[in-house]
Design a protein around this ligand. Sequence first.
Ligand code: GLU
Length: 588
Amino acid sequence: MTPTALPRRLTSTIFLALAVGAPAWAKTPVATGTGGAVATISEPASQAALAILNKGGNAVDAAVAAAAALGVTDPFSCGIGGGGFMVIYLAKENRVITLDHREVAPAAFQPSAFAPEGKALDYDSAIASGMAVGVPGTVRGWHDALDRYGTMSFRQVLAPAIRVAQDGFRINDNFVKLVKENEKKFALFPATAAHYMRNGQPLPAGTLLRNPDLARTYRLLSTGGVKAFYSGKLAQAIVTAVNRPPAAAGVAVRAGAMSLADLANYEARWRQPVRSSYRGYELVGMPLPSSGGVAIAQALNILEGFDLKSMPREKAEHLYLEASRLAFADRNAYLADPEYVDAPLAGLLSKDYAARRRELIDPTQARPHAQAGDPYPYQQDPSVPLRPASSAKSKLLSESAHTTHLAVSDKDGNIVAYTFTIESWGGSGITVPGYGFILNNEMTDFDFTGPHPNVPEAGKRPRSSMSPTIAFRNGKPAFTIGSPGGSTIITTVLQTIFNHVDLGMPMPDAINAPRISQRNGMATSIEPGFAGSAQATALERFGQRWDAAVEEIGAANAIVFNPDGTVTAVSEGKRHGVGSALVQQRAH
Ligand code: GLU
Protein backbone atom coordinates (compact mmCIF):
# COMPACT_ATOMS: atom_id res chain seq x y z
CA MET A 1 0.00 0.00 0.00
CA THR A 2 1.40 3.39 -0.91
CA PRO A 3 1.16 6.18 1.69
CA THR A 4 -1.37 8.01 -0.46
CA ALA A 5 -3.67 4.98 -0.26
CA LEU A 6 -3.69 5.16 3.55
CA PRO A 7 -6.68 6.75 5.30
CA ARG A 8 -5.87 10.38 5.95
CA ARG A 9 -5.89 10.16 9.72
CA LEU A 10 -3.54 7.21 9.69
CA THR A 11 -1.14 8.93 7.30
CA SER A 12 -0.92 12.00 9.49
CA THR A 13 -0.42 9.77 12.55
CA ILE A 14 2.51 8.10 10.80
CA PHE A 15 4.00 11.46 9.88
CA LEU A 16 3.51 12.67 13.43
CA ALA A 17 5.20 9.55 14.76
CA LEU A 18 8.08 10.11 12.38
CA ALA A 19 8.42 13.75 13.32
CA VAL A 20 8.12 13.21 17.07
CA GLY A 21 10.02 9.96 17.05
CA ALA A 22 12.82 11.24 14.83
CA PRO A 23 15.81 11.32 17.13
CA ALA A 24 18.15 14.29 16.98
CA TRP A 25 20.66 11.98 15.29
CA ALA A 26 18.46 10.86 12.38
CA LYS A 27 20.85 9.77 9.61
CA THR A 28 22.14 12.67 7.60
CA PRO A 29 25.44 13.22 5.83
CA VAL A 30 25.71 16.88 6.92
CA ALA A 31 25.05 18.35 10.36
CA THR A 32 25.82 21.80 11.75
CA GLY A 33 25.73 22.84 15.37
CA THR A 34 27.75 23.36 18.50
CA GLY A 35 29.59 21.11 20.91
CA GLY A 36 31.26 17.97 19.62
CA ALA A 37 30.83 16.62 16.10
CA VAL A 38 31.42 13.34 14.34
CA ALA A 39 31.40 12.08 10.77
CA THR A 40 31.74 8.40 9.88
CA ILE A 41 30.42 6.14 7.18
CA SER A 42 28.32 4.14 9.66
CA GLU A 43 25.37 5.40 11.65
CA PRO A 44 25.95 3.12 14.67
CA ALA A 45 29.57 4.31 14.73
CA SER A 46 28.61 7.99 14.69
CA GLN A 47 26.06 7.30 17.41
CA ALA A 48 28.70 5.52 19.49
CA ALA A 49 30.92 8.59 19.28
CA LEU A 50 28.05 10.91 20.14
CA ALA A 51 27.06 8.79 23.14
CA ILE A 52 30.61 9.03 24.48
CA LEU A 53 30.75 12.80 23.86
CA ASN A 54 27.42 13.16 25.66
CA LYS A 55 28.83 11.25 28.61
CA GLY A 56 31.63 13.81 28.85
CA GLY A 57 34.24 11.90 26.88
CA ASN A 58 36.69 13.83 24.73
CA ALA A 59 37.44 13.48 21.01
CA VAL A 60 39.95 10.67 21.60
CA ASP A 61 37.46 8.66 23.68
CA ALA A 62 34.76 9.20 21.06
CA ALA A 63 37.08 8.31 18.16
CA VAL A 64 37.94 4.95 19.72
CA ALA A 65 34.24 4.30 20.43
CA ALA A 66 33.36 5.04 16.81
CA ALA A 67 36.25 2.93 15.54
CA ALA A 68 35.18 -0.04 17.67
CA ALA A 69 31.65 0.24 16.28
CA LEU A 70 33.02 0.46 12.72
CA GLY A 71 34.84 -2.79 13.46
CA VAL A 72 31.38 -4.32 13.87
CA THR A 73 29.44 -2.63 11.05
CA ASP A 74 32.30 -2.36 8.51
CA PRO A 75 34.25 -5.55 9.24
CA PHE A 76 35.60 -5.75 5.68
CA SER A 77 37.23 -2.30 5.91
CA CYS A 78 38.69 -2.15 9.39
CA GLY A 79 38.88 -3.67 12.83
CA ILE A 80 41.14 -4.98 15.56
CA GLY A 81 42.81 -7.34 13.09
CA GLY A 82 44.46 -4.37 11.35
CA GLY A 83 46.18 -1.05 12.01
CA GLY A 84 45.92 2.66 11.37
CA PHE A 85 47.01 6.25 11.74
CA MET A 86 45.53 8.85 14.05
CA VAL A 87 46.11 12.61 13.96
CA ILE A 88 45.19 14.33 17.24
CA TYR A 89 44.84 18.07 17.83
CA LEU A 90 45.02 19.01 21.51
CA ALA A 91 43.24 22.35 21.75
CA LYS A 92 44.45 23.41 25.18
CA GLU A 93 48.08 22.87 24.24
CA ASN A 94 47.56 23.99 20.63
CA ARG A 95 49.57 20.96 19.52
CA VAL A 96 49.22 18.19 16.99
CA ILE A 97 50.59 14.71 17.51
CA THR A 98 50.17 11.59 15.40
CA LEU A 99 49.93 7.96 16.38
CA ASP A 100 51.28 5.34 14.00
CA HIS A 101 49.84 1.94 14.84
CA ARG A 102 50.58 0.38 11.50
CA GLU A 103 51.00 -3.38 11.31
CA VAL A 104 54.61 -4.59 11.34
CA ALA A 105 56.23 -7.50 9.58
CA PRO A 106 56.91 -10.41 11.96
CA ALA A 107 60.54 -11.00 13.02
CA ALA A 108 60.77 -14.05 10.74
CA PHE A 109 59.53 -12.15 7.67
CA GLN A 110 61.78 -12.56 4.64
CA PRO A 111 62.44 -10.09 1.81
CA SER A 112 61.39 -12.89 -0.55
CA ALA A 113 58.01 -13.31 1.19
CA PHE A 114 56.04 -12.41 -1.94
CA ALA A 115 58.60 -13.48 -4.52
CA PRO A 116 59.60 -16.96 -3.40
CA GLU A 117 61.58 -17.85 -6.53
CA GLY A 118 62.55 -14.32 -7.43
CA LYS A 119 59.23 -13.86 -9.19
CA ALA A 120 56.40 -11.82 -7.70
CA LEU A 121 53.37 -13.84 -6.63
CA ASP A 122 50.05 -12.97 -8.15
CA TYR A 123 48.30 -10.41 -5.99
CA ASP A 124 45.16 -12.37 -5.13
CA SER A 125 46.93 -15.43 -3.77
CA ALA A 126 49.37 -13.20 -1.88
CA ILE A 127 46.41 -11.47 -0.17
CA ALA A 128 44.51 -14.56 0.96
CA SER A 129 47.34 -16.00 3.02
CA GLY A 130 48.87 -16.10 6.48
CA MET A 131 51.97 -14.51 4.97
CA ALA A 132 50.00 -11.34 4.19
CA VAL A 133 49.11 -10.76 7.84
CA GLY A 134 51.10 -8.12 9.70
CA VAL A 135 51.19 -7.91 13.49
CA PRO A 136 47.96 -6.00 14.22
CA GLY A 137 48.37 -2.52 15.71
CA THR A 138 44.80 -1.33 16.27
CA VAL A 139 44.28 -2.38 19.88
CA ARG A 140 47.70 -1.04 20.90
CA GLY A 141 46.84 2.21 19.13
CA TRP A 142 43.48 2.56 20.86
CA HIS A 143 45.11 1.80 24.18
CA ASP A 144 47.96 4.28 23.74
CA ALA A 145 45.64 7.04 22.49
CA LEU A 146 43.26 6.58 25.43
CA ASP A 147 46.05 6.16 27.92
CA ARG A 148 47.82 9.36 26.98
CA TYR A 149 45.11 11.68 25.70
CA GLY A 150 41.73 10.10 26.50
CA THR A 151 39.70 10.31 29.68
CA MET A 152 37.89 6.97 29.58
CA SER A 153 38.69 3.28 29.86
CA PHE A 154 38.30 0.49 27.30
CA ARG A 155 35.27 -0.62 29.29
CA GLN A 156 33.53 2.72 28.75
CA VAL A 157 34.43 3.36 25.12
CA LEU A 158 33.84 -0.20 23.91
CA ALA A 159 30.38 -0.42 25.50
CA PRO A 160 28.44 1.05 22.54
CA ALA A 161 30.21 -1.26 20.07
CA ILE A 162 29.57 -4.29 22.26
CA ARG A 163 25.88 -3.45 22.11
CA VAL A 164 25.94 -3.21 18.33
CA ALA A 165 27.79 -6.53 18.05
CA GLN A 166 25.44 -8.18 20.52
CA ASP A 167 22.12 -6.79 19.28
CA GLY A 168 23.07 -6.70 15.62
CA PHE A 169 22.67 -4.19 12.82
CA ARG A 170 20.90 -4.35 9.47
CA ILE A 171 23.25 -4.95 6.58
CA ASN A 172 22.74 -2.72 3.55
CA ASP A 173 23.21 -3.16 -0.18
CA ASN A 174 26.79 -1.97 0.03
CA PHE A 175 27.62 -4.68 2.59
CA VAL A 176 26.06 -7.34 0.36
CA LYS A 177 28.00 -6.06 -2.64
CA LEU A 178 31.27 -6.39 -0.74
CA VAL A 179 30.52 -9.97 0.26
CA LYS A 180 29.59 -10.76 -3.35
CA GLU A 181 32.86 -9.27 -4.62
CA ASN A 182 34.85 -11.31 -2.10
CA GLU A 183 32.91 -14.56 -2.32
CA LYS A 184 35.91 -16.52 -3.55
CA LYS A 185 38.21 -15.31 -0.80
CA PHE A 186 35.64 -15.75 1.97
CA ALA A 187 34.78 -19.24 0.75
CA LEU A 188 38.41 -20.25 1.42
CA PHE A 189 37.94 -19.70 5.16
CA PRO A 190 34.94 -21.47 6.77
CA ALA A 191 34.81 -19.18 9.84
CA THR A 192 34.47 -16.18 7.51
CA ALA A 193 32.00 -17.79 5.12
CA ALA A 194 29.85 -18.98 8.04
CA HIS A 195 29.50 -15.46 9.35
CA TYR A 196 28.71 -13.57 6.15
CA MET A 197 27.23 -16.16 3.78
CA ARG A 198 24.50 -18.80 3.63
CA ASN A 199 24.67 -21.68 1.16
CA GLY A 200 27.48 -20.00 -0.71
CA GLN A 201 25.50 -16.76 -1.15
CA PRO A 202 25.86 -13.41 0.63
CA LEU A 203 23.27 -12.75 3.33
CA PRO A 204 20.54 -10.59 1.83
CA ALA A 205 20.33 -6.85 2.48
CA GLY A 206 18.20 -6.07 5.53
CA THR A 207 19.47 -9.10 7.49
CA LEU A 208 20.06 -8.36 11.17
CA LEU A 209 23.68 -9.37 11.60
CA ARG A 210 24.98 -10.12 15.08
CA ASN A 211 28.57 -10.87 16.00
CA PRO A 212 28.57 -12.42 19.49
CA ASP A 213 32.18 -13.58 19.04
CA LEU A 214 33.34 -10.01 18.51
CA ALA A 215 31.18 -8.82 21.43
CA ARG A 216 33.00 -11.36 23.60
CA THR A 217 36.38 -10.24 22.28
CA TYR A 218 35.59 -6.59 23.05
CA ARG A 219 34.48 -7.66 26.55
CA LEU A 220 37.78 -9.43 26.95
CA LEU A 221 39.55 -6.16 26.13
CA SER A 222 37.23 -4.26 28.48
CA THR A 223 38.31 -6.39 31.39
CA GLY A 224 41.81 -7.50 30.39
CA GLY A 225 43.02 -4.35 28.61
CA VAL A 226 45.64 -4.26 25.88
CA LYS A 227 47.42 -7.32 27.32
CA ALA A 228 44.39 -9.48 26.60
CA PHE A 229 45.05 -8.93 22.88
CA TYR A 230 48.84 -9.17 22.74
CA SER A 231 49.28 -12.14 25.08
CA GLY A 232 47.33 -15.12 26.31
CA LYS A 233 44.64 -17.06 24.52
CA LEU A 234 43.71 -14.43 21.96
CA ALA A 235 47.34 -13.90 20.95
CA GLN A 236 47.72 -17.65 20.60
CA ALA A 237 44.60 -17.83 18.44
CA ILE A 238 45.99 -15.10 16.13
CA VAL A 239 49.34 -16.85 15.80
CA THR A 240 47.64 -20.16 15.03
CA ALA A 241 45.35 -18.57 12.43
CA VAL A 242 48.35 -16.94 10.72
CA ASN A 243 50.68 -19.91 10.82
CA ARG A 244 48.07 -22.55 10.09
CA PRO A 245 45.39 -20.64 8.19
CA PRO A 246 42.00 -22.21 8.96
CA ALA A 247 41.21 -22.87 5.31
CA ALA A 248 38.54 -25.16 3.89
CA ALA A 249 39.53 -28.80 3.43
CA GLY A 250 41.74 -29.34 0.42
CA VAL A 251 42.51 -25.63 -0.05
CA ALA A 252 46.20 -24.71 0.00
CA VAL A 253 46.87 -21.29 1.54
CA ARG A 254 50.35 -19.96 2.22
CA ALA A 255 51.15 -19.92 5.91
CA GLY A 256 52.74 -17.00 7.72
CA ALA A 257 55.40 -17.07 10.41
CA MET A 258 54.17 -14.97 13.33
CA SER A 259 55.21 -15.67 16.91
CA LEU A 260 53.78 -14.79 20.30
CA ALA A 261 56.85 -12.60 20.74
CA ASP A 262 55.86 -10.60 17.64
CA LEU A 263 52.56 -9.76 19.32
CA ALA A 264 54.03 -9.13 22.76
CA ASN A 265 56.67 -6.82 21.26
CA TYR A 266 54.32 -4.76 19.08
CA GLU A 267 54.66 -1.01 19.68
CA ALA A 268 52.75 1.94 18.31
CA ARG A 269 54.77 5.09 17.61
CA TRP A 270 54.02 8.71 18.47
CA ARG A 271 55.31 10.75 15.56
CA GLN A 272 55.55 14.40 14.63
CA PRO A 273 53.15 15.27 11.81
CA VAL A 274 54.12 16.42 8.32
CA ARG A 275 53.53 20.17 8.10
CA SER A 276 53.03 22.21 4.98
CA SER A 277 51.31 25.39 3.91
CA TYR A 278 48.85 26.03 1.13
CA ARG A 279 47.33 29.40 0.27
CA GLY A 280 47.16 30.59 3.86
CA TYR A 281 46.29 27.23 5.38
CA GLU A 282 48.66 25.22 7.53
CA LEU A 283 48.19 21.55 6.75
CA VAL A 284 49.10 18.89 9.23
CA GLY A 285 49.18 15.32 7.99
CA MET A 286 50.41 11.82 8.57
CA PRO A 287 54.17 11.22 8.31
CA LEU A 288 55.95 8.07 7.16
CA PRO A 289 55.36 5.17 7.08
CA SER A 290 52.30 6.70 5.48
CA SER A 291 53.15 8.45 2.25
CA GLY A 292 49.90 10.43 2.52
CA GLY A 293 51.07 13.59 4.27
CA VAL A 294 54.19 14.00 2.12
CA ALA A 295 52.50 13.31 -1.23
CA ILE A 296 49.59 15.67 -0.51
CA ALA A 297 51.94 18.42 0.66
CA GLN A 298 54.11 18.02 -2.43
CA ALA A 299 51.18 18.08 -4.86
CA LEU A 300 49.77 21.20 -3.17
CA ASN A 301 53.19 22.88 -3.24
CA ILE A 302 53.26 22.25 -6.99
CA LEU A 303 49.73 23.59 -7.43
CA GLU A 304 50.36 26.66 -5.31
CA GLY A 305 52.37 28.27 -8.12
CA PHE A 306 49.35 28.37 -10.43
CA ASP A 307 46.69 31.06 -10.24
CA LEU A 308 43.92 28.46 -10.24
CA LYS A 309 41.13 30.85 -9.29
CA SER A 310 41.52 32.84 -12.49
CA MET A 311 41.24 29.76 -14.73
CA PRO A 312 38.36 27.82 -16.19
CA ARG A 313 37.58 24.83 -13.97
CA GLU A 314 38.80 22.25 -16.49
CA LYS A 315 42.22 23.88 -16.75
CA ALA A 316 42.57 23.94 -12.95
CA GLU A 317 41.52 20.29 -12.81
CA HIS A 318 44.03 19.39 -15.52
CA LEU A 319 46.72 20.97 -13.36
CA TYR A 320 45.46 19.10 -10.28
CA LEU A 321 45.82 15.81 -12.18
CA GLU A 322 49.33 16.66 -13.40
CA ALA A 323 50.53 17.81 -9.96
CA SER A 324 49.23 14.56 -8.48
CA ARG A 325 51.04 12.56 -11.18
CA LEU A 326 54.37 14.21 -10.32
CA ALA A 327 53.91 13.77 -6.58
CA PHE A 328 53.11 10.08 -7.11
CA ALA A 329 56.27 9.56 -9.17
CA ASP A 330 58.31 10.68 -6.14
CA ARG A 331 56.12 8.90 -3.63
CA ASN A 332 56.56 5.63 -5.49
CA ALA A 333 60.33 6.03 -5.73
CA TYR A 334 61.36 7.30 -2.31
CA LEU A 335 58.90 6.71 0.49
CA ALA A 336 58.95 3.84 2.98
CA ASP A 337 59.22 3.07 6.70
CA PRO A 338 61.42 5.86 8.19
CA GLU A 339 62.98 3.42 10.65
CA TYR A 340 64.44 1.49 7.70
CA VAL A 341 64.85 4.07 4.95
CA ASP A 342 66.27 7.60 5.00
CA ALA A 343 63.85 9.32 2.62
CA PRO A 344 64.78 12.80 1.33
CA LEU A 345 61.85 14.45 3.09
CA ALA A 346 63.17 18.00 3.37
CA GLY A 347 63.75 18.03 -0.37
CA LEU A 348 60.42 16.47 -1.25
CA LEU A 349 58.62 19.02 0.93
CA SER A 350 60.57 22.09 -0.21
CA LYS A 351 58.78 24.83 -2.13
CA ASP A 352 61.84 25.27 -4.36
CA TYR A 353 61.79 21.63 -5.34
CA ALA A 354 58.07 21.94 -6.05
CA ALA A 355 58.86 24.87 -8.34
CA ARG A 356 61.25 22.64 -10.37
CA ARG A 357 58.63 19.93 -10.58
CA ARG A 358 56.01 22.49 -11.65
CA GLU A 359 58.11 23.39 -14.69
CA LEU A 360 57.47 19.89 -15.99
CA ILE A 361 53.74 20.52 -16.27
CA ASP A 362 52.37 21.48 -19.65
CA PRO A 363 49.28 23.62 -18.92
CA THR A 364 47.70 22.45 -22.15
CA GLN A 365 48.67 18.79 -22.42
CA ALA A 366 48.69 15.73 -20.13
CA ARG A 367 51.99 13.93 -19.67
CA PRO A 368 51.89 10.18 -20.24
CA HIS A 369 54.18 9.17 -17.38
CA ALA A 370 56.34 11.14 -14.96
CA GLN A 371 59.82 10.11 -13.80
CA ALA A 372 60.76 10.59 -10.17
CA GLY A 373 62.59 13.87 -9.63
CA ASP A 374 65.81 14.60 -7.76
CA PRO A 375 64.96 16.15 -4.40
CA TYR A 376 68.48 15.68 -2.97
CA PRO A 377 69.85 19.13 -3.88
CA TYR A 378 66.92 20.60 -1.93
CA GLN A 379 67.65 18.77 1.30
CA GLN A 380 69.41 21.88 2.74
CA ASP A 381 71.15 19.58 5.13
CA PRO A 382 74.81 18.62 5.07
CA SER A 383 73.95 15.00 5.97
CA VAL A 384 72.35 14.24 2.63
CA PRO A 385 70.85 10.77 2.81
CA LEU A 386 72.06 8.08 0.46
CA ARG A 387 70.01 7.74 -2.68
CA PRO A 388 68.03 4.53 -2.85
CA ALA A 389 68.73 2.03 -5.57
CA SER A 390 65.45 1.55 -7.36
CA SER A 391 64.32 -0.87 -9.97
CA ALA A 392 63.58 1.15 -13.11
CA LYS A 393 59.87 1.52 -12.46
CA SER A 394 57.92 1.05 -9.29
CA LYS A 395 54.77 -0.76 -10.26
CA LEU A 396 51.71 0.75 -8.66
CA LEU A 397 50.13 -2.23 -7.01
CA SER A 398 46.42 -2.49 -7.46
CA GLU A 399 45.37 -1.06 -4.14
CA SER A 400 41.73 -0.16 -4.51
CA ALA A 401 39.04 1.27 -2.27
CA HIS A 402 38.92 -0.10 1.26
CA THR A 403 39.59 1.09 4.81
CA THR A 404 37.59 3.64 6.77
CA HIS A 405 38.11 7.17 7.98
CA LEU A 406 36.37 9.03 10.79
CA ALA A 407 36.50 12.58 12.13
CA VAL A 408 35.58 13.65 15.65
CA SER A 409 35.80 16.93 17.54
CA ASP A 410 34.70 17.74 21.07
CA LYS A 411 33.27 20.77 22.85
CA ASP A 412 36.76 21.82 23.98
CA GLY A 413 38.02 21.93 20.40
CA ASN A 414 40.11 18.75 20.41
CA ILE A 415 40.08 16.97 17.05
CA VAL A 416 40.81 13.41 15.97
CA ALA A 417 41.26 12.44 12.33
CA TYR A 418 41.57 8.69 12.19
CA THR A 419 42.04 6.27 9.29
CA PHE A 420 42.31 2.57 9.97
CA THR A 421 42.16 -0.57 7.92
CA ILE A 422 42.65 -4.26 7.38
CA GLU A 423 43.95 -3.38 3.83
CA SER A 424 41.88 -5.12 1.08
CA TRP A 425 38.12 -5.57 1.37
CA GLY A 426 37.92 -8.38 3.89
CA GLY A 427 41.70 -8.25 4.54
CA SER A 428 43.36 -11.65 4.27
CA GLY A 429 39.91 -13.23 4.54
CA ILE A 430 41.03 -15.08 7.68
CA THR A 431 38.65 -14.73 10.63
CA VAL A 432 40.29 -15.63 13.93
CA PRO A 433 38.04 -18.59 14.83
CA GLY A 434 35.87 -17.84 17.85
CA TYR A 435 36.91 -14.17 18.08
CA GLY A 436 34.82 -12.63 15.30
CA PHE A 437 37.34 -10.39 13.53
CA ILE A 438 39.24 -10.63 10.26
CA LEU A 439 43.02 -10.43 10.02
CA ASN A 440 44.66 -7.85 7.76
CA ASN A 441 46.68 -8.41 4.59
CA GLU A 442 48.77 -5.28 5.18
CA MET A 443 52.05 -7.00 4.21
CA THR A 444 50.96 -6.86 0.56
CA ASP A 445 51.44 -3.07 0.80
CA PHE A 446 55.15 -3.83 0.44
CA ASP A 447 56.61 -3.80 -3.06
CA PHE A 448 56.97 -7.49 -3.84
CA THR A 449 60.38 -7.20 -5.51
CA GLY A 450 63.29 -4.78 -5.27
CA PRO A 451 65.51 -3.03 -5.17
CA HIS A 452 63.06 -0.56 -3.70
CA PRO A 453 62.80 1.31 -0.39
CA ASN A 454 59.44 -0.39 0.31
CA VAL A 455 60.54 -4.03 0.03
CA PRO A 456 59.60 -6.50 2.78
CA GLU A 457 61.88 -6.72 5.82
CA ALA A 458 61.45 -8.16 9.29
CA GLY A 459 60.02 -5.62 11.73
CA LYS A 460 59.28 -3.09 8.99
CA ARG A 461 55.97 -1.30 8.42
CA PRO A 462 54.77 -1.30 4.82
CA ARG A 463 54.27 2.08 3.18
CA SER A 464 50.72 3.36 3.49
CA SER A 465 48.63 6.01 1.74
CA MET A 466 46.39 6.84 4.68
CA SER A 467 46.01 10.59 5.01
CA PRO A 468 44.17 11.85 8.07
CA THR A 469 44.65 15.62 7.74
CA ILE A 470 43.85 18.75 9.76
CA ALA A 471 43.99 22.23 8.20
CA PHE A 472 44.50 25.40 10.24
CA ARG A 473 44.00 29.01 9.27
CA ASN A 474 45.32 31.92 11.32
CA GLY A 475 46.33 29.43 13.98
CA LYS A 476 42.84 27.98 14.37
CA PRO A 477 41.38 24.71 13.07
CA ALA A 478 39.67 25.26 9.71
CA PHE A 479 38.74 21.73 8.66
CA THR A 480 39.75 18.12 8.94
CA ILE A 481 39.46 15.52 6.19
CA GLY A 482 40.40 11.96 5.38
CA SER A 483 39.22 9.01 3.31
CA PRO A 484 39.72 5.32 2.61
CA GLY A 485 40.69 4.00 -0.81
CA GLY A 486 44.24 2.61 -0.96
CA SER A 487 46.48 4.89 -2.99
CA THR A 488 43.39 6.88 -4.07
CA ILE A 489 43.20 8.10 -0.45
CA ILE A 490 45.90 10.60 -1.37
CA THR A 491 44.02 11.93 -4.39
CA THR A 492 40.66 12.00 -2.61
CA VAL A 493 42.07 14.14 0.19
CA LEU A 494 44.04 16.26 -2.29
CA GLN A 495 41.08 16.77 -4.61
CA THR A 496 38.72 17.62 -1.76
CA ILE A 497 41.14 20.27 -0.49
CA PHE A 498 41.49 21.58 -4.07
CA ASN A 499 37.70 21.61 -4.53
CA HIS A 500 37.18 23.42 -1.23
CA VAL A 501 40.09 25.87 -1.25
CA ASP A 502 40.63 26.51 -4.97
CA LEU A 503 37.25 25.89 -6.54
CA GLY A 504 35.48 27.45 -3.54
CA MET A 505 33.07 24.55 -2.98
CA PRO A 506 31.44 24.19 0.42
CA MET A 507 32.73 20.97 2.04
CA PRO A 508 29.61 18.86 1.24
CA ASP A 509 29.95 19.76 -2.46
CA ALA A 510 33.72 19.25 -2.34
CA ILE A 511 33.11 15.73 -1.01
CA ASN A 512 30.22 14.84 -3.32
CA ALA A 513 31.91 16.06 -6.53
CA PRO A 514 33.03 13.31 -8.94
CA ARG A 515 36.48 12.00 -7.98
CA ILE A 516 39.25 11.72 -10.52
CA SER A 517 42.45 10.07 -9.38
CA GLN A 518 45.78 10.37 -11.20
CA ARG A 519 48.55 8.26 -9.64
CA ASN A 520 51.15 8.40 -12.41
CA GLY A 521 49.39 5.92 -14.60
CA MET A 522 48.63 6.44 -18.28
CA ALA A 523 44.94 6.76 -17.45
CA THR A 524 43.16 8.49 -14.59
CA SER A 525 40.79 6.49 -12.37
CA ILE A 526 37.19 7.67 -12.49
CA GLU A 527 33.85 6.83 -10.94
CA PRO A 528 30.72 5.45 -12.62
CA GLY A 529 28.93 8.11 -14.65
CA PHE A 530 31.93 10.38 -15.17
CA ALA A 531 32.96 9.29 -18.66
CA GLY A 532 31.00 11.21 -21.25
CA SER A 533 30.10 14.03 -18.85
CA ALA A 534 30.77 17.63 -19.88
CA GLN A 535 33.49 17.78 -17.23
CA ALA A 536 35.17 14.68 -18.68
CA THR A 537 34.95 15.97 -22.24
CA ALA A 538 36.47 19.30 -21.23
CA LEU A 539 39.41 17.51 -19.60
CA GLU A 540 39.91 15.27 -22.62
CA ARG A 541 40.80 18.42 -24.57
CA PHE A 542 43.93 18.52 -22.37
CA GLY A 543 44.77 14.97 -23.36
CA GLN A 544 43.46 13.44 -20.11
CA ARG A 545 42.42 9.80 -20.48
CA TRP A 546 40.21 7.63 -18.31
CA ASP A 547 40.62 4.16 -16.93
CA ALA A 548 38.10 1.75 -18.44
CA ALA A 549 37.42 0.11 -15.06
CA VAL A 550 35.20 2.48 -13.11
CA GLU A 551 34.60 2.24 -9.38
CA GLU A 552 33.43 4.46 -6.54
CA ILE A 553 36.50 6.21 -5.16
CA GLY A 554 36.87 6.74 -1.41
CA ALA A 555 34.42 7.55 1.37
CA ALA A 556 35.52 10.85 2.90
CA ASN A 557 34.58 12.29 6.26
CA ALA A 558 35.26 15.85 7.33
CA ILE A 559 34.50 18.48 9.94
CA VAL A 560 34.53 22.19 9.14
CA PHE A 561 35.14 24.67 11.96
CA ASN A 562 33.05 27.65 10.93
CA PRO A 563 34.09 31.25 11.65
CA ASP A 564 30.92 31.77 13.75
CA GLY A 565 32.00 29.06 16.19
CA THR A 566 29.69 26.36 14.89
CA VAL A 567 30.95 23.09 13.47
CA THR A 568 29.72 21.24 10.39
CA ALA A 569 30.25 17.48 10.23
CA VAL A 570 30.25 16.20 6.66
CA SER A 571 30.08 12.65 5.37
CA GLU A 572 29.37 11.17 1.96
CA GLY A 573 26.02 12.20 0.49
CA LYS A 574 26.01 9.46 -2.12
CA ARG A 575 28.90 7.02 -1.81
CA HIS A 576 29.22 3.86 0.27
CA GLY A 577 25.56 3.80 1.28
CA VAL A 578 25.64 7.44 2.56
CA GLY A 579 27.48 8.44 5.71
CA SER A 580 26.38 9.77 9.06
CA ALA A 581 27.21 13.23 10.42
CA LEU A 582 26.17 14.25 13.94
CA VAL A 583 26.68 17.21 16.24
CA GLN A 584 25.95 17.46 19.95
CA GLN A 585 23.62 20.46 19.65
CA ARG A 586 22.04 20.80 16.27
CA ALA A 587 21.65 24.35 14.89
CA HIS A 588 18.14 24.96 13.61
N1 GLU B 1 46.61 -0.54 2.87
C1 GLU B 1 46.22 0.75 2.44
C2 GLU B 1 47.15 1.80 2.94
O1 GLU B 1 47.68 1.66 3.99
C3 GLU B 1 44.88 1.10 2.95
C4 GLU B 1 43.90 0.12 2.47
C5 GLU B 1 43.15 0.63 1.34
O2 GLU B 1 42.42 1.59 1.53
O3 GLU B 1 43.27 0.06 0.27
O4 GLU B 1 47.34 2.78 2.29
